[in-house]
Design a protein around this ligand. Structure first.
Ligand code: COA
Length: 331
């Protein structure tokens, strides 16, 4: 039975840097509040005309440079995003065209902040089933265009940001080599409206109306509920995946949690009893880029040589839906 190996990664963010002081000039907030409550110091937001496909293409180009592969080596694209450039079709197929891939399957996976963990689990299922050998996974979001940058929207405007990460995975047949050891995926749709964007939507006639502009087209979040569930579900899910894999938390070389909020990551770390060197955080520089946070962080870890073949690694995420999950793998 083939196993999945991560061959290489890349990431890209918009050039425009938005600091906490920049936000304080737009709304009633402060660098001190944002730093204390979220750990974020700056994030990247697109400028008008910059697309999700631009960000994804730059991230994928870097992943190709790292792996020595190119578009003709890829058998399928799984594109995790909740903010595709257009209502339809999705960004996966737009990327296929933009980068000159063959006529391979390319589709969007919409699992918000859990998009990368879901995509990696799906790639593993494709590889283990023998359906595809080399898969490109992209996590990419443009959240800044759905943020209310007045004081009214300050709870989410200070958190969310834009970016893209790309990960190339490939099948191999070496026993005891790299492999996904366990996955643990969940969802609970009764909380869908705790973190959501109401409009535009296909239920409305027409889909986009003047009264949608404003609150209903902005990302709405019940921060306290999200915080409460995230800090329970993420450790629970990592523990379930570790138990399936037969590994103790202490044996992990690295946990890369979804970068929702530094306080959430710190609580997850504490609940799992992990040391500081076992958990990677970069939210301070990027904010919360939804499906892109884990692949961006993974790319930084690879480029700074934090991982070696054989290391045990876990990813965990929680977000809108609510959807959450974890993956444990041997690097
Ligand atoms: N700047 C200054 N004050 C702010 C603010 C901001 N950006 N955002 C909210 N506040 C205010 C609130 O209005 C509230 O004021 P009040 O007490 O006068 O009503 C006060 O700060 C405390 O708000 P509260 O919601 O209790 O703060 P909090 O400590 O829970 O922090 C979040 C708010 C959003 C940072 C926090 O709930 C959180 O991180 N939630 C999870 C968010 C997340 O990770 N989302 C993505 C999931 S994938």
């Amino acid at each position: 039975m083939p196993s999945l190996r991560i061959l290489g990664t890349g990431h890209a963010v918009p050039d425009r840097v938005v600091t906490n002081d920049d936000l304080a000039a737009m709304m009633d907030t402060s660098d001190e509040w944002i730093t204390q409550r979220t750990g974020i110091k700056q994030r990247h937001w697109v400028t008008e005309g910059e697309t999700g496909i631009d960000l994804a293409s730059a991230a994928v180009t870097r992943a190709f440079e790292m792996t020595g592969l190119g578009p003709t080596d890829i058998d399928a694209i799984i594109y995790a995003t909740s903010t595709s450039d257009h209502f339809a079709p999705g960004n996966g197929i737009l990327l296929q065209d933009a980068m000159g891939f063959d006529a391979i399957p390319a589709f969007d996976l919409r699992a918000q902040c859990s998009g990368f963990v879901y995509s990696l689990s799906m790639a593993d299922a494709f590889i283990v089933a023998g359906m595809f050998r080399t898969i490109l996974i992209v996590g990419q979001e443009i959240q800044s265009t759905s943020l209310d940058t007045t004081t009214e929207g300050r709870d989410s405007a200070v958190i969310f940001a834009d970016g893209a990460g790309a990960v190339i995975v490939q099948a191999h047949d070496e026993p005891s080599g790299s492999a996904i050891l366990a996955t643990d995926l969940h969802g609970d749709g009764q909380h869908a409206r705790e973190l959501w964007v109401d409009a535009p939507g296909a239920i409305y006639h027409p889909r986009m109306r003047a009264d949608h502009i404003g609150a209903r087209s902005f990302l709405q979040m019940n921060g306290r509920e999200v915080f409460r569930h995230a800090t329970t579900r993420m450790p629970e899910s990592v523990e379930a995946a570790l138990a399936k894999a037969g590994i103790a938390a202490g044996d992990l070389k690295l946990l890369i949690p979804h970068q929702a909020n530094l306080r959430i990551s710190e609580l997850v770390q504490r609940r799992l009893g992990l040391r500081d060197d076992q958990v990677y955080n970069n939210i301070e520089r990027f904010g919360n880029t939804t499906a892109a946070t884990i692949p961006i962080a993974l790319d930084e870890c690879l480029r700074t040589k934090r991982l070696a073949r054989g290391d045990l690694v876990a990813f965990t995420a929680f977000g809108a839906g609510f959807l959450w999950g974890s993956v444990v793998l041997r690097w």
